[in-house]
Design a protein around this ligand. Structure first.
Ligand code: BJW
Length: 223
């Protein structure tokens, strides 16, 4: 049984990390979705860097929840027949025990040098933005994927893995492409499809849905 699991911000919400579109409130007076863009970075890099510095610090204060841990147990059971793809930039899947995680939208814990293309680990101690350790240019930005940028390793997801028996989406609004289209690739390959979400998403083409908190629905589905 080949299973693809796609996760979104909702799986980390109960760990204490806000989602994007149901976040109740603004960050320093800004909608988070308008800060996480190349246009915002070009206009005010310090503002955007501060947004990511704070999210990196918040991530260090929280831990994985029962839903992350359940997916790690599923990996132990299915091995290479599970493909876990996350849109999240946090590392809660890894800290919950998952070993193979594809981060489509990058990682908070990495910096990308726009001058020489090198990648580096990025901890809170790098928040004062030193130059790139590889080339010396002051050109490090968060290694995350903003609108209009190409998600990481899409070819690795969109070829064999989506030809699966079951496609499961957990805690994602399904509004952001290319991830939003993965359910259609999977349906085209004959897969069963299941969606686990707190609310009824605005768009849904899944054959089965379960409403509820990820910390309830994911362990219940995995066991
Ligand atoms: C719970 C819960 C609980 C809450 N339990 N559930 C085709 C059509 C139209 C547009 C496009 C298209 N193709 C491309 C585009 C453009 C664009 C796009 O999609 N625009 C749309 C807005 C229409 N896409 C892009 O630009 C992408 N690039 C691209 O397509 O390049 C071309 C290309 C592709 C492939 C190959 C070659 C070329 C890039 C998209 C980058 C998205 N970046 C962000 C920021 C990342 C950095 C950061 O984290 O700061 O990614 S935006 C933001 O949205 C973030 C998320 O990963 C992403 C998805 O959000 P998610 O995870 O779904 O969160 P929410 O908040 O939306 O939903 C939370 C859900 O959880 C809700 O449903 C709740 O109900 C639920 N929930 N608590 C269970 N306890």
């Amino acid at each position: 049984m080949r299973v693809v699991v796609l996760t979104g911000a909702g799986i980390s919400a109960e760990s204490g990390l806000p989602t994007f579109r149901d976040a109740d409130g603004l960050w320093e007076g800004h909608d988070p979705m308008t800060v996480a863009t190349p246009e915002a970075y070009d206009a005010d890099p310090d503002l955007v860097q501060r947004f990511y510095d704070e999210r990196r610090a918040a991530l260090a204060r929280v831990g994985p929840n029962a839903a992350h841990r359940a997916l790690a147990r599923l990996e132990q059971h299915l091995g290479d027949d599970l493909h876990l793809v996350t849109q999240n930039v946090d590392d809660l899947h890894e800290r919950g025990g998952s070993e193979q995680v594809h981060h489509l939208h990058g990682r908070l814990g990495a910096a990308w040098c726009t001058a020489c293309d090198a990648r580096h680990a990025w901890s809170t101690t790098l928040a004062d933005r030193p130059p790139c350790p590889a080339c010396g240019a002051p050109a490090l930005r968060p290694d995350v994927v903003w609108f209009g940028e190409v998600p990481h390793g899409t070819e690795l997801v969109e070829q064999a893995p989506l030809d699966c028996d079951l496609f499961v989406a957990i805690g994602t609004s399904g509004l952001v492409y290319p991830a939003a289209a993965y359910v259609h690739y999977a349906i085209g390959c004959g897969a069963d499809t299941l969606e686990l979400n707190l609310e009824v998403p605005r768009v849904s083409d899944f054959s089965r849905s379960r409403r509820g908190r990820a910390t309830d629905t994911v362990p219940a589905w995995v066991e």
